[in-house]
Design a protein. Structure first.
Length: 368
């Protein structure tokens, strides 16, 4: 439930103090992290951060109830608006400690008016409300009885002619009907490389061939990695979420927040026969110009790519980007099985892996 604030002279004082607090904190890309170790008690840094985020949220509440307030016309830098909207969303509704093991990842887009790299506070408030409404709709569309927002990432997608487009990437957790995230893939786990997103995946060999077409090898590997993720116990949330993109079309196609890493590689240096479409990379790739072109992954392949994707998540990513991912923890992974078809065919996996700074909150998350 949103709290209501009535405009009084005390309210004006709150706005002034709030503005001073908020403008003292710009978007932090590698900064604040929990300093409590294994303790569930809030560190001083986390307590101070929470105060800043709540001050931002309180100002939005005040502007919402008093849209003619002059502070609503004050400008805010786009990067600060993005950071605070994301932080407030995750502090208020996100739960980084949920143990729900089936992840549902979705995205939406919000347009906001801007000028000279700035957004008016009134438009920030409108954008925040639209984002929460969008997340609430996604939450309500999940049929599971147990469900929870894990994290929301807000990023600036583009700017065109006075309009800034925010991308909202949501990660929800829900209860799973299958309890097999910790077991390896078994003797019947022959999976189509991809295409579940058009209901054309499924088992591709063995006794279940032709069934479960709404899943595929990419989805099954993703499910295990997300479900195995270690989580803290208590009230935790994420800020400063980063995106690592890894593509199976090339050994060096690796980006963090859109920045290419030319020295990074997913080439399997232990592969005894390179370019034979069998274990060439740490992500699945099969190219029709190489031998053994195939789109049906056998159980050994499924376990190999599961193992190597977890190596990327927990080890290689931090070696590739030691400064950018310092103090950040794994949030979620989204793997897609795709195809590039022209005069040749290329079947591949590509993954988006999110990392964020984990903070302790003084309160549990609210319901969407």
């Amino acid at each position: 439930m949103k709290h209501k604030y009535f405009f009084t002279y005390l309210g004006l004082a709150i706005v002034i103090v709030t503005s001073m607090i908020i403008y003292s904190c710009q978007k932090e890309k590698t900064g604040i992290t929990t300093t409590s170790g294994n303790s569930n008690e809030q560190s001083l840094k986390d307590a101070q951060l929470e105060k800043r985020i709540i001050a931002f949220r309180n100002k939005l509440d005040l502007i919402r109830e008093n849209p003619t307030l002059k502070e609503g016309n004050e400008p805010m830098e786009i990067d600060s608006a993005v950071w605070y909207i994301e932080a407030a969303t995750n502090l208020t509704y996100g739960d980084a400690s949920t143990t729900l093991d089936e992840y549902i990842i979705d995205s939406s887009f919000i347009d906001v008016l801007y000028s000279d790299g700035k957004i008016q506070w009134l438009d920030v408030q409108v954008a925040y409300d639209q984002i929460i409404d969008s997340l609430s709709n996604q939450f309500n569309s999940i049929s599971a009885n147990e469900k929870q927002l894990i994290a929301a990432d807000i990023s600036l997608e583009k700017t065109t002619r006075g309009t800034a487009t925010f991308k909202v990437t949501s990660v929800f957790g829900s209860e799973s009907a299958v309890n097999s995230v910790y077991s390896p893939f078994g003797e019947y786990d022959y999976w189509t490389w991809g295409m579940a997103w058009v209901n054309n995946g499924g088992y591709c060999d063995g006794p279940y061939a032709g069934t479960h077409t709404d899943s595929d090898a990419a989805e099954e590997i993703e499910y295990k990695i997300n479900g195995r993720k270690p989580v803290p116990v208590g009230n935790y949330y994420y800020t400063d979420i980063s995106h690592l993109e890894v593509y199976g079309d090339d050994q060096n196609s690796i980006k963090l927040d859109g920045v290419q890493c030319d020295s990074c590689s997913i080439l399997n240096i232990n592969d005894s026969i390179p370019y034979d479409n069998m274990y060439d990379l740490y992500l699945f790739r099969s190219y029709s110009e190489y031998p053994n072109h195939h789109g049906c992954l056998n159980p050994d392949e499924m376990n190999f790519y599961l193992d190597k994707m977890e190596d990327i998540v927990y080890t290689y990513a931090y070696q590739w980007f030691p400064n950018e991912l310092q103090n950040k923890s794994f949030v979620s992974i989204d793997i897609t099985g795709d195809a590039i078809l022209n005069y040749t065919s290329l079947y591949l996996h590509w993954a988006t892996i999110d990392y964020g700074i984990v903070h302790i909150s003084s309160n549990p998350p609210k319901n969407l």
